[in-house]
Design a protein around this ligand. Structure first.
Ligand code: THU
Length: 138
């Protein structure tokens, strides 16, 4: 699975975004170390707080199916109905969820506009000095 293929999967997942309130559609594709890919979209709610980001949808799908070892995630976002025109970095809550399951130094976060235009960060770059399982002795 190349980075471009992972971005393609995120773009496909973005088509499923449910965004009646923000009109901002996000797609994510999470690559597990075993090669499996889990996709997600953002799913909003009239109560606002129950809304879920694309990244967490993908991660929770994977964990709920027994997979917790992840290599990288690709993220694309933008106005629903239009092609993305800027990068969508993960929100703070999603960074914290990544911190639970992913190695900060090796897990890669790909913020993409298209398959040809993207930036790759490590989780440590986006969540430096994060609080994780080891802080609780796990
Ligand atoms: N959103 C995501 O799904 N992922 C991000 O990384 C940033 C924000 C969603 C949440 C909400 O449904 C919409 O984008 C606007 O914030």
């Amino acid at each position: 699975m190349t980075d471009k293929e992972l971005i393609e999967a995120a773009l496909d997942a973005r088509q499923m975004a449910y965004t009646p309130y923000s009109g901002f559609a996000v797609g994510a594709a999470l690559l597990a170390k075993d090669g499996r890919v889990y996709t997600g979209c953002n799913i909003e709610n009239a109560g606002f707080t129950p809304s879920n980001c694309a990244e967490r949808t993908a991660i929770f799908k994977a964990v709920s199916e027994g997979n917790k070892d992840f290599a990288k995630i690709a993220i694309v976002g933008g106005k629903a109905g239009s092609e993305p025109d800027s990068m969508t970095p993960p929100c703070g809550v999603c960074r914290q969820v990544m911190r639970e399951f992913c190695d900060p130094d090796s897990f890669e976060i790909i913020a993409a506009i298209s398959v040809d235009d993207y930036v790759t960060y490590t989780l440590e770059q986006l969540l430096p000095e994060g609080f994780g399982p080891s802080n609780l002795g796990k």
